[in-house]
Design a binder for this molecule. Structure first.
Ligand SMILES: CC(C)(COP(=O)(O)OP(=O)(O)OC[C@H]1O[C@@H](n2cnc3c(N)ncnc32)[C@H](O)[C@@H]1OP(=O)(O)O)[C@@H](O)C(=O)NCCC(=O)NCCS
Length: 331
């Protein structure tokens, strides 16, 4: 019997500060009606305070996950953190989280795949379980987007927020867990969505700071077109590959970038809105955080054996879909 990796718990965390559309109206030339109709976002969470990085989000999510699943941190073999807003360029944020939660027998690393990061990390983590190498793997998706968002740019600052979540993966011989993954990259997309300075190509200088080059640059309409096409295509493709009809799918778990992109994906899959996880209105786009945040919000509605299609598109460009069977009934 093939060993599979099944999600045996999910937990998430968002900071308490709520940045609503009304407050954004006081910061840039925008309005609630424009933001709501173009994106579906009403508010997002912001991590405030000195020395508060993405590891704070990851640590809170993992602490809650360990408590909820009754897991001893010493039993964790591996922690993978998907993020584009690491606490520092190095060491990995996953290392800091591992230390904070007392996962002293675990090794850890970060994955940089922007909004698709959680799907990449989930697929990688699953394979360590499937090969029998590990018994308990934690996959985190978390971002503090407010650290790289230009609050003078109305085209990007309305979209992003801070938050994230984590799942525990364990082996099973039941027909549950991660069944399939289709993951893609197109490096030509770097021109349309990136952070110009602060990397090895253009290290930080006074000039890069003055020119506001340490913030997300996005050519929104180009990204939108690629996102709509690719997220919908890959979701339809993974259904086809696994002989799934719309009736077989219990939930679409889409990356929360823009409600219009989510609607297009659901339409392409033939899935009605009642089967689409949606919380973009509360959190905005938390990049690697959106999918675990959805699973956490909807956990009480998930049943053992439910077919879930997770789908994402993001900077890179990166995109993909994961087909999984949910591992447990509501507790
Ligand atoms: C960013 C995004 C919401 C913009 O929506 P859009 O419908 O494409 O809007 P456009 O960029 O074409 O801009 C339309 C107009 O609204 C204006 N506008 C942009 N932001 C605005 C804001 N916050 N408030 C009011 N008006 C705004 C533009 O200046 C433009 O005005 P103009 O026609 O006078 O030039 C949309 O492109 C998007 O969601 N892109 C993908 C985002 C994404 O998924 N990114 C992360 C990767 S997953």
């Amino acid at each position: 019997m093939k060993k599979r990796a099944v999600i045996t718990g999910v937990h998430a965390w968002v900071p308490p500060y709520v940045l609503g559309n009304k407050e954004l109206e006081t910061m840039v030339d925008t309005n609630d009606e424009w933001i709501t109709s173009r994106t579906g976002i009403k508010e997002r969470r912001i991590l405030k305070g000195e020395n508060q990085g993405t590891s704070v989000i990851g640590t809170e999510a993992v602490k809650g996950l360990l408590e909820k699943t009754g897991t001893d941190p010493a039993e964790i073999d591996l922690i993978i953190c998907a993020t584009v807003t690491p606490d520092m360029l190095f060491p990995a944020t996953a290392n800091i989280v591992a230390h904070n939660v007392g996962a002293k027998n675990s090794y850890s690393f970060d994955i940089s795949a922007a909004c698709s990061g959680f799907l990449y990390a989930l697929s990688i983590g699953s394979q360590f379980i499937e090969t029998g190498a590990h018994k308990k793997v934690i996959v985190i998706g978390a971002d503090k987007m407010s650290s790289i968002v230009n609050y003078q740019d109305r085209t990007t600052c309305i979209i992003f927020g801070d938050g994230g979540g984590a799942v525990l993966l364990e082996p099973t011989e039941e027909p549950l867990g991660v069944m399939d993954a289709l993951l893609h990259t197109d490096g030509s997309g770097a021109d349309f969505l990136h952070m110009r300075a602060g990397g090895s190509r253009k290290p930080a200088t006074l000039e890069t700071v003055t020119n506001r080059e340490h913030y997300v640059f996005q050519e929104g309409s180009t990204v939108f077109k690629f996102a709509v096409t690719n997220m919908a295509d890959v979701s339809a493709k993974i259904m086809q590959k696994n002989n799934l009809t719309a009736d077989d799918v219990a939930w679409l778990v889409p990356h929360q970038a823009n409600k219009r992109i989510i609607d297009a994906t659901a339409n392409r899959m033939g899935i009605g809105p009642e089967k689409v996880m949606l919380n973009i209105e509360k959190y905005g786009n938390t990049t690697a955080g959106t999918i675990p945040l959805c699973l956490w919000d909807y956990e009480s509605q998930l049943n053992k054996g439910d077919n879930l299609i997770l789908a994402a598109f993001g900077g890179g460009f990166t995109w993909g879909a994961v087909y999984l069977k949910w591992g447990y009934d509501p507790k």
